[in-house]
Design a protein around this ligand. Sequence first.
Ligand code: SOE
Length: 396
Amino acid sequence: MSTVDEGDRLAAASEGARAVGAGRVGIGMVGTAFMGAAHSQAWRTVNRVFELPATARMAVICGRDAARTEAAAARFGWAATETDWRALIGRDDVDLLDICTPGDTHAEIALAALAAGKHVLCEKPLANTVAEAEEMAAAARAAGTVAMCGFTYRRVPAVSLMAKLVAAGRIGRIRQVRACYLQDWLVDPSAPWTWRLSADRAGSGALGDLGAHVVDAVRFLTGAEFEAVSALTETFVAERPLPGGTGNAPVTVDDAALFLARLGGGIVGTFEATRYATGRKNALRIELNGSLGTLAFDLERLNELEFYDGTQPSGEAGFRRILVTEPDHPYLSAWWPPGHLLGYEHAFTHQARDLLAAIGGGEPVRPSFDDGLAAQRVLDAVGRSARDRAWCPIVH
Ligand code: SOE
């Protein structure tokens, strides 16, 4: 561990020590990869940006490999390390379990944390099956602690603004939804196998990884539940090389999922999640067509929202681009002056903000584990519909 890293780590620990008694919330995070890094950035930043009734203390990070976890602790600013997540459950310096692990471990960790009276932040999708998600949601309701599912895109300011405009009736009654999440990191057949390509580990492929975000965002924006779906899925590359060149492993999940849906309120929609949209790197796109107008968002232009106000005189109507960086836009008053733009990571800091506000100030927390369960039911129905080549109803 380098001196600088040790310095970061001591700074984190001393900051946490200062916070003891000042509404401190000890965080114990399981996972050291991409989501572990993103969540660490959020915990490190949140109290430096937002005035909150609670302060996050980055108490302990947990990973199976001791050396890699030590390196992550030094790099990300965690005060301690563990190699068994069960140790976090028993630590009295951990008030919140932050689960950043593959989907096959979410239920076991979350249930143990809730039973121990901890708050929980669980990465999406909530679980790999509806049964697991039902158990987790019931445990969260019984525990009475704060339990959030990490659908961070609700907290991109432009998406939050989109929800506010819908709720204010600015596009009237929603008729159609058009939503997709397009990536292309598997287009190269030589891209190595990962746990995300195993149904046992990940539950599903693009559907659960990317489609879950689409489902949650549409539930959040419309306030409507998915009622029935008709789907198809495809796996384009059936096996991939194992890292280290020790042979190949089968791909047992979808590479792409496409589905039609009926939602409450008479809404109809078309949906897509794929890792084969060559050239599209991280394009979560949502368009809502209403009786009075349209709103459209693209994650690859995440500071912008397109708005067509159909109430304007036809000679003046047209799509306008709202640059969502004004201080009265959601979360923006804490950041930079208009036009100075936010990024992917800021939604994670907003997620941490809302968690601390819920823990320290009793603010309601969404998306809850019940939201995670609702999304899981849609994912499950899409999988069954694709398998059975038939419409599949969804019972919530
Ligand atoms: C997939 O590549 C992924 O990392 C998702 O797992 C995340 O949820 C999404 O935010 C970015 O893309």
